[in-house]
Design a protein around this ligand. Structure first.
Ligand code: SF4
Ligand code: SF4
Length: 432
């Protein structure tokens, strides 16, 4: 608890007037043991000195005040008592990137009810209640989501950005089942799981957890669509088959030795080196870290790239995939920091000619999620990819995701001589 109290010392407090004043007489989040007194439009704690803006009982202030912007609250589904962070506090954004908050300890006493502004940090206790309600997962919940990721996942779906770049199309939900984080995605008529139940301890997730997940999806889907769990690694898919679930292969993600992509040595990379040298010889170029000042250049390139790609789309699958990709890229441009994405851009003669965004997948792998380059600028795509590999030298591997069955994409990925491909599977419920 002391560690938690230390984390609550905010430099913002002196210029902030949120604490100690409440919109109603009996708020959910209130100082235990202190009365609130009406003052104009708000209710003010009796120990608050309006003239100085200070607490007159500071050393005797209740635990609620000591730990705010943290609080202890029941999860919306009431199945867990959670340590939460109140997003109303201006310091919440910074605290929510601090992994130390996951290690703090507190007893699950006197929980308050959930508020819309709460960000889940971790479960303090399971209440023993069980129901079919799902809890909304929001873009602020990245630390909570990441705390359940295994150290070495390898597949792109084991990242927050993989899901929330598609936020325009899905609403996301979570539920804790047997200490695993189960994430659900919902569109107009379908609920599915975009990633299997996540277990931070690396413990094998039992078939019972999967069964419960299917029960929950079936309650939502009401038999109108088939419930499914996507992006399951091979070993887990094999275990599920043994337990009676049906699994099918979805795609394969391409994995490379990062060093090879950085150095591009040997005959096998001769053509790529030639393209890069062509780019370097002919252009006045600059490789930069993405920030919002590059947004317009990225958006212009995206529209050019999309219109060319749409014209050339070889089949319906390709056209479908290109249909909505602009929204996902725009999410990355706008929310890259909140999504944990690393972005880089490439300029040639002061014009943005390529951009790329990626995210770490555990300790060893970096995943390149998007790369767009102006195909009229020879070697721009190869140069930015090589630079990315050099930039993220602390990772052993690079994952460039799957090819979605698009032949040109597959050919492109094969040019770089992948170390291997990692298959991913979809599971359907038993007996279907
Ligand atoms: S809301 Fe946060 S920053 Fe503002 S006074 Fe309270 S603890 Fe300090
Ligand atoms: S006890 Fe002190 S810190 Fe707590 S609400 Fe009242 S004035 Fe603010």
């Amino acid at each position: 608890m002391e560690q938690l109290i230390r984390l609550t010392k905010q430099k913002e407090c002196s210029k902030c007037n949120i604490c100690c004043r409440f919109p109603e007489e009996k708020p959910n989040l209130k100082p235990t043991g202190f009365k609130l007194i009406k003052n104009k439009e708000v209710f003010v704690c009796e120990a608050f000195d309006l003239k100085t803006g200070k607490c007159l009982k500071y050393s005797k202030r209740p635990l609620d005040c000591k730990i705010y912007p943290f609080a202890v609250a029941r999860s919306p589904d009431k199945e867990n008592i959670m340590l939460v962070l109140d997003n109303l506090c201006p310091a919440a954004k910074e605290l929510n990137t601090n992994k130390k908050i996951l290690k703090t300890k507190l007893t699950a006493k006197n929980p308050i009810e959930w508020e819309e502004t709460f960000i889940p940090v971790k479960s303090l206790k399971n209440t023993g209640i069980s129901n079919d309600l799902l809890n909304e997962l929001t873009p602020s919940d990245i630390l909570f989501f990441n705390s359940f990721l295994p150290g070495n996942s390898g597949l792109s779906a084991f990242s927050f950005a993989y899901h929330f770049t598609w936020e325009d199309f899905f609403k996301f939900y979570w539920k804790l089942i047997d200490d695993t984080l189960c994430v659900f995605a919902k569109d107009i008529d379908n609920t599915f799981m975009p990633v299997p139940p996540l277990s931070s301890s690396g413990r094998i997730v039992s078939a019972k957890v999967f069964e419960r997940c299917f029960e929950l999806m079936e309650t939502q889907n009401k038999g109108k669509t088939e419930s499914r769990i996507e992006n399951i690694p091979k070993l887990q898919a094999q275990e599920l088959e043994k337990a009676g679930f049906r699994t099918v292969k979805k795609d394969e993600e391409y994995l490379y030795k990062r060093k090879e992509l950085e150095h591009l040595s040997g005959d096998k990379f001769k053509h790529i080196r030639w393209l890069i040298n062509t780019f370097k010889k002919e252009k006045n170029y600059a490789f930069k870290k993405y920030s919002l000042k590059h947004l317009n250049g990225c958006a212009d390139l995206l529209f050019k790239w999309l219109s060319e790609k749409r014209e050339k789309a070889a089949n319906d699958n390709e056209s479908f995939l290109l249909k909505n990709v602009d929204k996902a890229h725009k999410r990355a441009f706008m929310n890259f920091e909140a999504l944990g994405l690393e972005g880089r851009v490439l300029y040639s003669n002061d014009k943005l000619v390529a951009y790329t965004f990626g995210v770490p997948l555990g300790k060893n792998t970096f995943c390149v999620m998007f790369e767009v380059a102006d195909h009229e600028v020879k070697g721009a795509s190869q140069y930015i990819f090589m630079k990315m590999a050099g930039e993220f030298s602390r990772y052993k591997y690079f994952n460039t995701m799957g090819d979605e069955g698009i032949e040109s994409l597959r050919a492109n990925k094969m040019h770089y001589h992948p170390l291997k491909t990692i298959p991913e599977f979809i599971a359907y419920s038993k007996g279907k």
